[in-house]
Design a protein around this ligand. Sequence first.
Ligand SMILES: [Zn+2]
Length: 271
Amino acid sequence: MLNLLRKPTVGPLDLDEGLAALGLDGTQHVIVHASLKSFGTLEGGARTVVDTLLARTATLVAPSFTYNTLMNTPTERPRGTFHRDSRVSRDIGRVPQEMVERADAERSFHPALSFVAIGTQAAVITGAQSLESPYQPIGALYDLDGYALLLGVDFGSNTTLHYAEHLAGVPALTRYVPLEGRAQPTAFPNCSADFDNLLPAMHGRERAVTVGQAQLRLYRVRELVDRAVSLLNREPEALLCQYRYCRCQQVRELIRSGGLHPREHHALTRR
Ligand SMILES: [Zn+2]
């Protein structure tokens, strides 16, 4: 009876086999979004995910957002300060926190929307960010022909789509973050709750494998961005959620009154 209740345990070798089946061979630059509990029981948890992924990627990237520094107005007091080792917000997950704790990780400067990266292009990717374009590390991955890896999560966690919204010209909201001793404005996007609306446009473009109880999906960042931009060109509100009290409704109003204002993709300067 006990055996029936016991969940299968996923070990590092199972995960490594799955990543190999996706075609990850240590040469790719990959942004990861993971739900540890989606595996069932994963031996070693976040440590296993990070160790295994580092061996299968050239650069490993993740959002390491810290929402306690985010302010609606410049006069609001932030609930926290940001530094290199600030704890990643709980809903962003354990894997980015595990990466932040590694001494060789680069973390970008943004007090609320930082990215963490480890590997050959880590400095280039994290260095691409600005207050005006917080998702520009995804732009760097676009140039590096990188991949987005979803470990047991849906497109609601697929941060790459925010860069597509930026390029398509979806209006950004303004929020404030404490930086260099004062509150500074930063672009801030709509929520990602309905990003699965891009799924039909990505049909058949993923590589997928199941490990334990988790579905692992790998997408090219370029395809995600290009297809999301073309979806938004056809249907500018396609990725906004319907929840009445969400900031998505402010973005919707801005689209209805002013339309989209496409932004250029700023390619990485060659070094
Ligand atoms: Zn929303």
